[in-house]
Design a protein around this ligand. Structure first.
Ligand code: HEC
Length: 104
């Protein structure tokens, strides 16, 4: 009886979103199209990590080139509209990287 109750509690805990949130998961993304590889440069790792979790970086490399203001708008939209998990510091690095590599 007691063991059974413990088992139920453990099962509930394992399925709980709280516990899931406490254990970061690591996933390996499938290879992307070669043309969507981000250009090398300072900030590329941050951009790769932050901008490839929801979609291919072909969304980035096929955009019309734009200045920092345009890229700031894109990054802000990814964060506020789609909930991209990006810190303010990372956003700054990403905007600098994008406007340097994909700027006008
Ligand atoms: C939380 C998920 C998520 C993350 C992380 C994310 N995006 Fe997006 N992004 C989206 C969605 C959803 C769309 C719209 C897809 C569609 O319309 O087919 C999109 C579309 C875009 C587009 C196409 C233009 C537009 O505004 O719709 C660009 C450019 C883009 N993302 C760039 C980025 C960059 C740069 C980053 C990293 C800072 C990033 N995304 C990170 C979800 C995300």
């Amino acid at each position: 009886m007691h063991a059974r109750r413990v088992a139920v509690i453990v099962t509930l805990l394992l399925g709980s979103p709280l516990l899931a949130a406490a254990q970061p998961k690591s996933i390996t993304l499938p290879p992307d199209h070669a043309f969507s590889d981000l250009a090398p440069g300072p900030g590329v790792e941050t951009t790769e990590r932050a901008c490839r979790s929801c979609h291919s970086t072909d969304y980035v490399v096929t955009q019309p080139r734009g200045d920092a203001r345009q890229w700031e708008g894109v990054v802000a939209k990814m964060m506020s509209v789609y909930g991209a998990n990006i810190t303010a510091d990372e956003a700054k690095t990403i905007v600098q990287y994008l406007s340097r590599q994909y700027g006008k």
